[in-house]
Design a protein around this ligand. Structure first.
Ligand code: NA7
Length: 535
């Protein structure tokens, strides 16, 4: 397919946002083509197929709301959907809305060039094909580019190694093997208990202990499903104006306004119900150091009560950063796993990893013989997928060079100098700081409304102004400054996990509801902050 027929819009990426974007485009009568580098649908959920991979937002919330029949008919089998179930769901959606014929799998977009004369984008794929489009819609995902740390000797390792974010499709059998897992973030904490059950021995290489909440996953009780579905209109509406984009209750009381008994009751209730709701135990968990430390100390006490060996439990107690400022984890039997005789916790902050040898891994204090190594070491998050595409704007400048000091956007949706290009869940929007499906839907719908506006008003070129972009970047920074995030900058929210990446706080933490209100206000003011050219 060289130089194929031009389309109104190209969509890049077949995850939650790209699939819905394609549907909205086709439904509104635009011609569109979606390119996906993976050999299947699902984006993040296609590649992160490690054992135990599971969403940490409840499935009834972490699902599309745009179609009433879809949300009523689809039946989630568990409280939190597993990776295979999420893939089944997305494939169902693609078939249900007849999207498949518009999707090219196994096709990576490698370049996108804006031509000022034709006011169109030319999108280039790794197969050498080119397609022209008026609009270029980047649904490339926030956790797409797996980060394997540059540890000397990896190429000499005689065993097998894997990254959780790029897991083999035919799975991995750990039985009888000595396995090392590096990394104890969301992926590591989900995977570790399952590997422990299979492997002959498991070494967990921990650099920073993170807070892992008990997920308390279980099969979906029929009465919960029925009730939730009956309440969907109110629940979805609530999620859209909430802080994190889901419908669960938040506590609007500040820590200092509660009695000690009320505080304990709140924390206990949230620990018992499981999942990430501890983030909303008090209205000020992420702004008041005292509320934050009380929450952290409550969780540390739970860890100490669970892990028998006091030395191990102390190592598992997170210290040195505020609760929730590294993405909270949610797992099953995570802390309990360290009571097993065949699991060893290795503290690689005290004795760092020095090299991988043909037969294992050497830290500053010991050599650990291993047959398999799992890197649960995260992603070049939020900007990684975009910066790997050669995106050239109006004057030929590349997006990577524009973002060399950190990503800058207007609303996380548009970039000055890059007309007719929209980002879905881009940096500067709530994205990873929210229920991603909720945020994906909001961006898709905002962009779809914009395209309808453009069609109605003969707008053929739309570009965010520099002034609007500067204002938004400043606002994103101010909002973050009012929280505890800047006091704990050692996280992927800041790009701190990627050597050389600029340290800039990337998501918008002002809340999903506030963000939506601002984006809607821009739209109702005739797309304030955009320069629109009309025929
Ligand atoms: P994360 O959250 O980035 O976690 C990566 C983990 O790997 C974290 O514990 C890191 O420790 C550790 N890490 C990274 N590099 C190294 C090296 N070189 N040595 C030792 N340990 C290392 O990625 P996940 O895949 O778990 O989760 C990503 C998101 O997916 C998650 O936030 C959810 O939104 C879903 P560190 O903390 O940097 O010391």
């Amino acid at each position: 397919m060289m130089n194929t027929r031009p389309v109104d819009a190209v969509v890049v990426g077949a995850g939650f946002s790209g699939i819905y974007m394609l549907h909205r485009l086709l439904r509104a009568g635009y011609s569109a083509r979606l390119f996906e580098s993976g050999s299947g649908l699902g984006g993040t959920w296609f590649h992160n197929r490690y054992p135990g991979a599971r969403c940490d937002i409840e499935s009834m919330d972490y699902s599309y709301s745009f179609d009433e029949n879809l949300q009523q008919e689809w039946r989630w089998s568990e409280r939190y959907a597993s990776q295979p179930e999420l893939l089944r769901y997305l494939n169902h959606v693609v078939d249900r809305f007849a999207l498949r014929e518009h999707i090219e799998l196994d096709t990576a977009v490698v370049g996108a060039r804006f031509d000022e004369d034709t006011v169109r984008w030319t999108v280039t794929t790794d197969l050498g094909d080119e397609v022209g489009a008026r609009w270029c819609l980047m649904a490339t995902g926030c956790l797409t580019v797996a980060q394997v740390p540059d540890i000397p000797g990896l190429d000499t390792f005689e065993g097998r190694w894997f990254h959780t974010g790029d897991w083999p499709r035919d799975g991995v059998d750990f039985s009888g093997n000595r396995v090392g897992v590096i990394g104890t973030g969301s992926s590591g904490t989900q995977l570790i208990p399952i590997v422990a059950e299979q492997a002959a021995h498991l070494d967990v290489f921990q650099r920073t202990a993170n807070f892992c909440m008990p997920a308390r996953n279980h099969p979906m009780p029929p009465e919960v499903e029925v009730h939730w579905k009956a309440e969907y209109p109110e629940r979805r509406a609530k999620a859209r104006i909430s802080g994190f984009g889901h419908s669960q209750p938040q506590n609007d009381n500040r820590y200092r306004d509660l009695t000690p008994a009320q505080r304990s009751a709140e924390l206990e209730a949230r620990w018992r119900s499981g999942g990430l709701y501890m983030m909303r135990a008090f209205a000020d968990v992420l702004t008041d150091p005292e509320a934050n430390e009380a929450t952290a100390e409550f969780v540390r006490a739970k860890i100490r009560a669970t892990v028998h060996d006091p030395e191990v439990s102390e190592l598992l107690c997170p210290q040195g950063f505020h609760f929730g400022t590294k993405r909270l984890c949610s797992g099953t039997n995570y802390y309990e796993t360290f009571n097993r005789d065949d699991v060893t916790l290795v503290d690689v902050s005290a004795a760092p990893i020095e090299e991988i040898t043909p037969t294992g891994l050497r830290t500053a204090s010991a050599h650990h013989p291993l047959d398999m190594i799992v890197f649960a070491t995260g992603f070049d998050a939020m900007t990684g997928s975009l910066s790997r595409i050669d995106i050239r704007g109006a004057d030929g400048t590349s997006l990577a060079s524009k973002w060399s000091g950190g990503p800058v956007t207007y609303l996380g949706l548009a970039v000055s100098g890059f007309p007719n290009l929209f980002l879905l869940t881009g940096p500067g929007s709530p994205s990873v700081f929210s229920n991603m499906v909720n945020s994906a839907e909001q961006h898709v719908e905002w962009i779809a409304d914009f395209l309808d506006h453009a069609r109605e008003h003969d707008v053929y070129r739309a570009e965010a102004t520099q002034e609007a972009e500067d204002g938004w970047v400043a606002h994103v920074g101010e909002v973050a400054e009012a929280t505890l995030y800047p006091r704990s900058p050692n996280s992927w929210f800041f790009g701190a996990n990627i050597p050389g990446k600029p340290r800039v706080f990337m998501p918008y933490v002002g809340g999903v509801g506030n963000y939506r209100a601002r984006a809607d206000e821009v739209a109702s003011a005739g797309y304030r902050g955009f320069t629109l050219l009309r025929r």
